[in-house]
Design a protein. Structure first.
Length: 132
């Protein structure tokens, strides 16, 4: 059974996987495993997310692929995003992502964040001093 069949079968209801067998080995693991968030989306939403990633996040390209308007793409992305937890809410951090932009910020980055109101003057000064 593939993910699409499983997703169709469950019709959006939560489920757990209780047995995993490694293909080509005599190894099976039993327990209760929650499927990844993306696998819990409907098949249509999984296809939409895959297309979004393959188009490098280009909404213009998504409009072309699906033949829909910008607001329709944005609305669907927002709906899907509402179903997903984000990295700051997860216990496991991706080592390839830098969750704190200040750790690699240039002076220009600090000034831009100050202009946008993301940090105050004292924070900007502290970051600039720390980066020396």
């Amino acid at each position: 059974m593939d993910w699409q069949e499983l997703t169709d079968l469950t019709r959006g209801q939560p489920f757990v996987v209780e047995r995993v067998r490694l293909v080509g080995n005599d190894i099976a693991v039993e327990g209760q495993f929650e499927p990844p968030q993306l696998a819990q989306l409907s098949v249509d939403d999984q296809v939409f997310v895959a297309a979004f990633v393959r188009s490098h996040g280009s909404i213009k390209e998504m409009e072309r692929i699906f033949g829909v308007s910008y607001p329709t793409v944005k609305s669907r992305l927002n709906r899907i995003a509402g179903q997903l937890d984000f990295a700051e809410h997860l216990d496991v951090a991706d080592p390839h992502l830098d969750p704190d932009p200040r750790s690699t910020a240039t002076s220009a980055d600090v000034v831009n964040r100050l202009r946008r109101g993301e940090i105050d003057v004292a924070e900007a000064l502290a970051e600039l001093e720390r980066d020396r």
